[in-house]
Design a protein. Structure first.
Length: 100
């Protein structure tokens, strides 16, 4: 199961979907694409610089003092993640704090 957690200034993703074999897992691919898009969008569209660590089964993205634009991009990431969770509830779990 992929667990996606939203903390104060970032996102932590842990686990594997185990939907299909490695290299063919569309759930893992979808979550990976979303988080990579988030990182690139923050870098290119906001003054924030995300600090991140990515390795198999683990991603952590932190933004020190997120701007409103960065918060909007994080919200967009969670719209996509929650959509994947709806379609694959046995493989993805999203825990999100409310936006301030």
């Amino acid at each position: 199961m992929i667990r996606i957690h939203h903390d104060h200034n970032g996102i932590t993703i842990v686990g594997h979907a185990a939907y299909a074999e490695s290299g063919k897992d569309i759930v893992c691919a979808g979550v990976t694409a979303l988080v990579e898009q988030l990182i690139l969008s923050i870098e290119k569209l906001t003054p924030n610089t995300p600090v991140y660590k990515m390795e198999p089964g683990y991603v952590n993205v932190q933004v020190g003092s997120p701007t409103e634009e960065t918060k909007l991009l994080v919200d967009c990431f969670f719209i996509g993640a929650e959509n994947i969770e709806e379609q694959f509830p046995d493989h993805v779990r999203v825990t999100r704090r409310e936006r301030r």
